[in-house]
Design a protein around this ligand. Structure first.
Ligand code: ADP
Length: 342
């Protein structure tokens, strides 16, 4: 439904988007994720035809956004971060205005009624937009994106500024939209992506660093096992011992003690089960292992790892996926202490 290939956008010598490629399938909900300045808005503005690219191609429903721009644009409904609402119009006036603006050919009354049902704003249809809550305004913004029944819906930070109840409602609405539309949603809220998206595209410094189905994003770290170990002894000496054990790719001490035991987070190389060598090594050095727990890799960890320092990335299974590890490590007492966040 959407095919972006080698998209580049330069401002002067600076790359806002640098060789970005991804696809969005029919009725797929894709989360477009990245820190501020990553290039999300630029990419979305190119997809909606608002900005032109420096090079690369972008197709919406088979129509090139530059060569066949009217058809491509009519296939996209866009909700910018700040919904383009006219406060002095009623919802009815506004939606009819957008209907005319888009030159919509569908049956006006029936089409608008269907949208009102989907986004659940019938009860405020005759109210002034100025008097609506943020949640309702956001729904009206989504309603205008749906006029003309475009195949692709692009939502820029759709839940920003909403209260928790409104967030849940808008997320449910996005899921509903995904039944009939392809949806791209930009966000920096990871739980949002996990809650509604089928696929995640993570962008950093203008480049795609991960592109995976949501439930497989953890596979970027396939084989990387994280363990939390409680080990007795001098924590610096234990840390040195851990770091010198073959198969351990990272070891950090947590600022957490249990009598004479310190808690460490240990990561092992892909495919290595470090537990037995770890036990034997610690036993030989008289550093009793008094606890060992397996830790999962959550999306926050993955996101921070991928967007922090790509140059230090270990080779990843996902194409183009890069990242460094242990982003939130603090330097304390001359060795890194990783704050516990699991
Ligand atoms: P995001 O939406 O992920 O926060 P943007 O797409 O807005 O990122 O911006 C990507 C990069 O391009 C940023 O470094 C930003 O400063 C730069 N940029 C965006 N728009 C312009 C512009 N009109 N002129 C110069 N630089 C820009």
């Amino acid at each position: 439904m959407i095919k972006v290939e080698n998209l580049v956008k330069k401002y002067g010598n600076k790359y806002a988007v640098n060789d970005v490629s991804f696809t969005v399938g029919d009725r797929e909900i894709v989360g477009f994720l990245g820190p501020n300045g990553a290039g999300k808005s630029t990419t979305m503005n190119i997809l909606t035809g608002y900005l032109s690219s420096t090079s690369g191609t972008c197709e919406i429903d088979g129509h090139d956004i530059l060569e066949d721009s009217n058809k491509a644009k009519s296939s996209v409904g866009y909700l910018p971060e700040i919904p383009p609402l006219y406060m002095d119009m009623t919802v009815k006036e506004y939606l009819n205005f957008v209907y005319d603006l888009k030159g919509c050919k569908l049956n006006r009354v029936k089409h608008i009624q269907e949208i009102l049902n989907v986004v659940k704003i019938e009860d405020v249809y005759n109210r002034l937009i100025r008097n609506l809550s943020r949640g309702y305004r956001q729904r009206v913004g989504i309603a205008q994106a749906l006029i003309g029944n475009p195949k692709v819906i692009i939502l820029d930070e759709p839940t920003i500024g909403l209260d928790p109840k409104q967030i849940v409602e808008v997320r449910n609405l996005i899921r509903t939209l995904g039944r009939d539309h392809s949806v791209i949603l930009s966000t920096h809220i990871l739980s949002e992506v996990q809650a509604v998206c089928d696929r995640i595209v993570i962008i950093n410094k203008g480049r795609v660093v991960a592109d995976k189905p949501t439930d497989e994003i953890g596979e970027i770290y396939t084989g990387t096992r994280r363990l939390e170990a409680k080990i007795c002894g001098n924590s610096k000496e234990v840390l040195n011992a851990l770091r010198s054990l073959q198969g351990i790719t990272r070891a950090d001490a947590l600022a957490e003690h249990d009598l004479d035991a310190t808690t460490f987070v240990i990561e092992s190389a892909p495919g290595v089960d470090i537990r037995k060598p770890l036990f034997n090594m610690l036993a030989s050095k008289n550093m009793p292992l008094v606890g060992l727990t397996s830790l999962g890799m959550n999306l926050e960890d993955i996101f921070i790892s991928l967007t922090n320092d790509p140059t230090k990335a270990p080779a990843k299974k996902s194409s183009g996926s890069k990242g460094s590890k242990g982003s939130n490590a603090k330097k304390t007492l001359g060795y890194s202490v990783k704050e516990k966040n699991d």
